[in-house]
Design a protein around this ligand. Structure first.
Ligand SMILES: NC(=O)N[C@H]1NC(=O)NC1=O
Ligand SMILES: [Zn+2]
Ligand SMILES: [Zn+2]
Length: 504
């Protein structure tokens, strides 16, 4: 009897095993690790419009173990893909994920302004797969090995896309080569400094001697110095501030930061940027001008310096390309930033410089604050926090204005991925190419949407964004970071599996 029972049990074993196996397989397929909304490690992304370094192709990208394994043109891929999993985006554009080299996520210390979780969720929803966090607006600022450790800890298991860190070049460390070298060895991707007050107490401005010394240390590491290039010149700001009635006018604010502030800063910078030329004392270092607004004298000077061989690159931001001073409503401090948004003619010139290749790349300069600091009730342009909130919207913002200028998909990929990857030293990012990380955005350039309170925004304070209330074209459908589907049509992967990027 006992024997019979046992043999009956053993005869059932294969059945039990196969049922268990079925459930195991099923649960593996339906419950991903949490890093990805897709339960595959090896799959294909197909589309009629894949932006590659050899132009836009129709075909498929093979993804394996988080990297691009192959690129197959449509005419070849039917025979090539037998029974793999295919994510088909049809006519939508498949492009390298955006790399935002200029974002303030304010974490640790001011995560009520933004924070790593909200900022990187917003990035994922906006097609940004990597962002490089600015050293200021967090508390403390990232200016030393110790403060970099605080950043690393704050980002641990809290980021949905990859995040790297710029370090601050400030008077405290600028003339201390040992401190700077230690900081760079700890992994900051480069340094950032201000030539005017930054608005943040523990991030004082640098003078040209600090910058020169910083460049000489950076040269050894072949990393860039990013500079906020504005200097305060005279008393214009103060005299305007006395006129309380005018503080609600954008033109009043504009007078406090004329193009000459950028021009003078750039003139000063060019006295030391010549050191970065081949054969110069700081060869290997690189000077990157952040958020250029003045498309006239400042740009002309930079063009000349580039022409004579200085290692210089220039970024501007979608807000300088989307808005002009004359259309900013009285009291609407959502538009306050530094340098300021200038007139319509300047905007045209910025587009010309960007499409002509004189401006190298784009960044968000996402610089939010608590909504109260924007003083939206008073509408005081002189006292409100300066900074545009835009992180999630930069791709549609660039496309919405850019399409009027005949911008191509390849240009978007160059400005938002390829050039930024180079600046940040990310050699396996910036293009959909075999061996690179599978950092990819799929988006529909033809799809329009109203950016209003019904739109799913993930930045912490959407109400202070200058883009709120606009109609934009270019809807992000899906975002992949290292092969993980981190965002798809309103849904994020449950786990925060972004990597913290340290320079080696
Ligand atoms: N501190 C800070 O983020 N400042 C930024 N805001 C802005 O409008 N320009 C900047 O440099
Ligand atoms: Zn700045
Ligand atoms: Zn900034």
């Amino acid at each position: 009897m006992e024997f019979q029972k046992r043999s009956f049990f053993f005869s059932l074993l294969p059945v039990i095993a196969s049922i268990l196996l079925f459930f195991l397989k099923f649960s593996l397929k339906t419950a991903p690790s949490g890093c990805s909304l897709l339960p595959h490690n090896h799959y294909w992304i197909s589309s009629k419009r894949i932006v590659t370094q050899d132009g836009v192709i129709s075909g498929a990208v093979e993804i394996k173990d988080g990297k691009v394994f192959s690129l197959v043109k449509e005419e070849d891929w039917h025979g090539y893909i037998r029974n793999g999993h295919i994510v088909d985006f049809g006519e939508a554009v498949v492009m390298p994920g955006l790399i935002d080299v200029h974002a303030h996520l304010d974490d640790p210390g001011r995560d009520d302004w933004e924070g790593f979780p909200s900022g990187t969720r917003a990035a994922a929803a906006g097609g940004i797969t990597t962002l490089i966090d600015m050293p200021l607006n967090s508390e403390p600022s990232t200016v030393s090995v110790e403060t970099l450790k605080l950043k690393m800890n704050a980002a641990k298991n809290r980021i949905f896309v990859d995040v790297g860190f710029w370090g601050g070049l400030v008077p405290d460390n600028a003339l201390n080569a040992t401190a700077l070298e230690g900081f760079l060895r700890a992994g900051v991707l480069g340094l950032k400094s201000f030539m005017c007050p930054s608005g943040i107490n523990d991030f004082p401005m640098t003078n040209i001697t600090h910058i020169k010394e910083g460049l000489s240390v950076l040269a050894k590491f072949k990393r860039p110095l990013l500079v906020h290039a504005e200097v305060q010149e005279d008393v214009v700001g103060e005299s305007v501030e006395d006129d309380k009635n005018d503080a609600r006018l954008y033109s009043t604010y504009l007078k406090t930061r004329p193009p000459s502030m950028e021009e003078t800063a750039i003139r000063n910078l060019l006295t030391v940027s010549e050191n970065t030329r081949a054969g110069g004392p700081s060869e290997g270092a690189h000077l990157h001008i952040v958020h250029l607004s003045d498309a006239q004298s400042s740009l002309d000077l930079l063009k000349k310096a580039k022409g004579r061989g200085d290692s210089i690159s220039i970024e501007t931001c979608p807000h300088y390309l989307s808005f002009s001073a004359d259309e900013i409503p009285d009291g609407d401090t959502r538009f306050k930033c530094a340098p300021p948004i200038r007139d319509a003619d300047n905007k045209e010139k910025l587009w010309e410089a960007l499409t002509g290749g004189d401006i190298d790349m784009l960044s968000s300069d996402h610089s939010p604050s608590l909504p109260d600091l924007k003083l939206l009730q008073e509408g005081d342009f002189l006292k409100a926090w300066g900074g545009i909130s835009s992180l999630q919207y930069v791709l549609p913002a660039t496309w919405t204005s850019g399409r009027k200028y005949g911008v191509t998909l390849e240009q978007i990929a160059s400005w938002w991925s390829e050039k930024p990857a180079k600046l940040a030293g990310q050699h396996l990012k910036g293009s959909i190419a075999v061996g690179n990380y599978a950092d990819i955005v799929a988006w529909d350039p033809e799809s329009e949407f109203d950016l209003d309170e019904n739109h799913s925004s993930y930045i912490k304070h959407p109400s202070i964004s200058a883009y709120m209330g606009r109609k934009l074209s270019g809807k992000v459908l899906a975002t992949f970071v290292r092969g993980n589907l981190v965002y798809k049509e309103g849904e994020h992967a449950p786990a925060a599996c972004g990597s913290r990027l340290l320079a080696q």
